[in-house]
Design a binder for this molecule. Sequence first.
Ligand SMILES: NC(=O)NCCC(=O)O
Length: 396
Amino acid sequence: MAGTLESVETCLEQHIPPEDLAEVKRILYGGEARKLNLPAAALSAAQERDFELQGYGFEAAPEQLRRPRIVRVGLVQNKIPLPTDTAVAVQVAALHRRIEEIVEVAAICGVNIVCFQEAWTMPFAFCTREKLPWTEFAESAEDGPTTKFCQELAKKYNMVVVSPILERDEIHGGTLWNAAVVISNSGAVLGKSRKNHIPRVGDFNESTYYMEGNTGHPVFQTQFGTIAVNICYGRHHPLNWLMFSMNGAEIIFNPSATIGTLSESLWPIEARNAAIANHCFTCPINRVGTEYYKNAFTSGDGGKAHHDLGHFYGSSYVAAPDGSRTPGLSRTRDGLLVVEMDLNLCRQVSDKWNFKMTGRYEMYADKLTEAVQPYFIPSIIKEWDWRSRLVGNCDG
Ligand SMILES: NC(=O)NCCC(=O)O
């Protein structure tokens, strides 16, 4: 039953014979990520504050001309702490408090870049198709209260903060966007990345609220590496990952909100595949819990009206360019995943597999330009064409 299994990893550890476990993990996860020795103060604070804390490390080979480029990322997944019909400002304040206590632990663990889940300051209420009160959660990316809150965290902990919010863009008529604000460890807002692909699946009625993003594929140069944010549904689009990578991203965060019945079997594959295909690290993050709404809504499928979107299954993880990955966080609990990585691994794997070099992008660019034209004719060879070509050849 969705929501009751703690995690695939705990299940494997309980049920796979110990003599086979290492081999099963190697096949499923690639080389096993090293367990990080996290500070006792962090572990006890996490326990007190009731969230899971896990830490892993990915190694790269030593190089002669480059020093290791070690960075620690922190992925935060959480439930909404208050019922969805609590006053908007009270819900936002409670989420700020919850994140503050998790980020404090991230700082104890030496995290350099932290990323929160998609639309982290609100319930994932887009399923309802109601405008109020949900649009009231939208804030300015540049100077809204959540950005100001994150700027304080960034300065206090010398940490880059990736803060995915529902954005209200006052300059353009108060339009709404699903955006991630990237805040430098200096506290300055580096910029924002808007969600490029909007789901039209199940109860994910997000196109009711905002449009496809218009910021392209920005990559942010931070003190700790070049980073990008591919928001949620963008993870189903290999070209979206590719373009962030084309712009030089070494780490691509994927803040998400997705449910078990829809996507859980895709979750371990897509971001991991993107890490492999693009020689970079990917960091998918999903919220946890089930969020209930006072007014029932339907899915437009003849089924009964219901009060929740389903179970958000957490399971945040990090995938490395060599295809290995960390175990996932819990499917049911709030959590912080701390992952240390040597960014030199990106180029090392690129030199080994050469996907960028063998990519034949010019071939795809030309063909894609043709394929998006309204009167494009797909190149399908039919039996009849083939025979006539053979006949033509014989005649010739
Ligand atoms: N938030 C969002 O885009 N969810 C869509 C469902 C999915 O991508 O799994």
